[in-house]
Design a protein around this ligand. Sequence first.
Ligand code: FAD
Length: 472
Amino acid sequence: MSQSLNNDADILIVGGGLSGTMLAVQLLRLPGKRRVLVIEPRAELGRGEAYSAVELGHTLNGNAARMSVDPDNADDLTQWLTQYIAEGGWPESDQQPVPISELFPPRGIFGLYAQQRLQEARAVGALNGSTVEHVRAEAVDLRTDAETVHLTLNDGRRLQGAFAVLATGMFPAARTPQTESSGLNAAALDPWDVATMRQLDPRSTVLIIGSGLTMVDAVVSLEQAGHRGPIEVFSRHGLLPHVRRQPPAWVDFLAEDYSIRSPRQLMRELRRHCRDAIAQGIDWQAPLDTVRAHIGRLWHQASDVQRRQFVRHVRPWWESHHHRSPPLSAELVARLYKEGRLSIHAASFKGLEPSTGHEVSIRLRRRGDVQSCVVTGAALINSSGIEYDWRRVARPLPRQLLARGLVQPGPLALGIAAEVDGAVLNADGEAASRLFAMGPPLRGMWWESTAVTDVASQAKALAERLVLGETR
Ligand SMILES: Cc1cc2nc3c(=O)[nH]c(=O)nc-3n(C[C@H](O)[C@H](O)[C@H](O)COP(=O)(O)OP(=O)(O)OC[C@H]3O[C@@H](n4cnc5c(N)ncnc54)[C@H](O)[C@@H]3O)c2cc1C
């Protein structure tokens, strides 16, 4: 990035992962001339944590037909992938005898797809004189006044824009002050770092905290690294993600009955439909998949009491049944489980214990036990998820935004509060006219606000909203 950067933009996008990049794509496609700056410390736009993956085994958790970044064309990824494979990309895909729409692409390849869509949109935008530039830095502070948003970067540069969008994505749980002080972050291996895992004794025991999709990726990484020893997985409920299948369509029962509102009603109806499906020889995933399109509405209209009920009683079930594992990864986990190499325990992580340089010990409380116990392994992997509570995120920008009162925590302290159009609410509950958010920071507003399709549809709506704002 040159020092001679022109500091004035129409729109500043903070974060150049999938959200920020898709917003840029949508802005480039709209009429009008505008200059967009995307502030992102990573070398490439469009990848973020998820799509920076380099291992072919770290795949999307949905098949190509479900992962389009174009809300107007569900086949967009399938079409791109068809051409990519025809041109010699991803040669290993021919080992899977399924149509391209049913393939689960490696996330690194999905990152290329997002980048290519940005490149094409840049050409479209250029016809109007619109540009998108990558400013490689971290935004550390933000102020607004009546006309402008002012951004300070970690290298001291300052940028101004008419609007700014927080597309800062997800913050890993281990980077919170609370867990940092326990040393968990320092003691744990990166779930995706195969090179480091290769240095482990292949017969040693590896401990994993968390049993969701990151754990599944970690098991794929260990296998790839040649690890052949025991893997002990610990999570509060000890539930593994189900495998994603391709269920047939099912009646959209929530579209037909808007009286279903509470978590209890939802679960009762959903169970009934799942039972009906199974009785007809149809996969229970068919009715469950119809719920996805309504979860944002149900969450948004729910009271905080109902939301808490959902988090307490439904969330573990929702996570394991809805956030499903790609088939090849699930097969690996099932095989290791069957061979007795992988075991799963319902236990809560209580902290790290002092241990020698060659081992790591953790304190756990197994479900139903009063006493805690200590478990030791050669390595530890933390796959316990995401920190959505911005008050616990140890990054400068979330801290400054909260300290300046420019944002307030969202419902149940998940992310930040915003209007339906993404305008963030300040500490007094007033909607900002120049500051917006999208993607994972809006978890508390919509519950599901992180997946490819959530991000893609939010990007389109927000781009239209911002362009409308330009003319006001
Ligand atoms: C490992 C993993 C796998 C996933 N797999 C799937 C999947 O298969 N299917 C699916 O639908 N979803 C998946 N997801 C969900 C995924 O988060 C979304 O698909 C998408 O990546 C969200 O994009 P984002 O840009 O909002 O967030 P992120 O990808 O987290 O990107 C946010 C970006 O903002 C930048 N940033 C943060 N703070 C600042 C700052 N202050 N200044 C400048 N830049 C900043 C970060 O560097 C980062 O690159 C996965 C997520 C992860 C973590």
